[in-house]
Design a protein around this ligand. Sequence first.
Ligand code: I3S
Length: 128
Amino acid sequence: PSRLSRFAAQELEKAGLLNKTKIAEGGRKLRKNWNPSWVVLVGNSLVFFKDPKSQTPSSWKPGNSKPESSVDLRGAQLHWANELSSKKNVFRLRTVTGNEFLLQSETDSVIMEWYNTLQSVIDRLDRE
Ligand code: I3S
């Protein structure tokens, strides 16, 4: 199965454009590299795509766009992290495998909605 098809049967909860940088991989610190990312919350996963605006129109077709990476939200931790960046509206998402991401939006309401939605999915998975 393609990397996309395993998400196809699950419920799409939210999608939008956020600034993203990965700051740790398996607990090992990484150098920041902020980039716009198309972020999709589907089922128990947060899926990252390259910013469609940075691609040519023909390369952005739902059927043939491959996720850049995805994150399993089960057991993940979410914290506001404005101390980790000079940018405003930053939160950190840490997975059970020790991968850490910062996500950011210039728009307060956008980042609040993402924070609340992600926290509710994480809480739901914790109760399962
Ligand atoms: O936490 P840091 O290291 O101050 O993060 C900044 C740097 O990663 C910087 O990259 P270089 O050090 O490779 O030039 C980035 O361009 C900045 O965006 C990072 O800081 P912010 O405050 O934007 O998260």
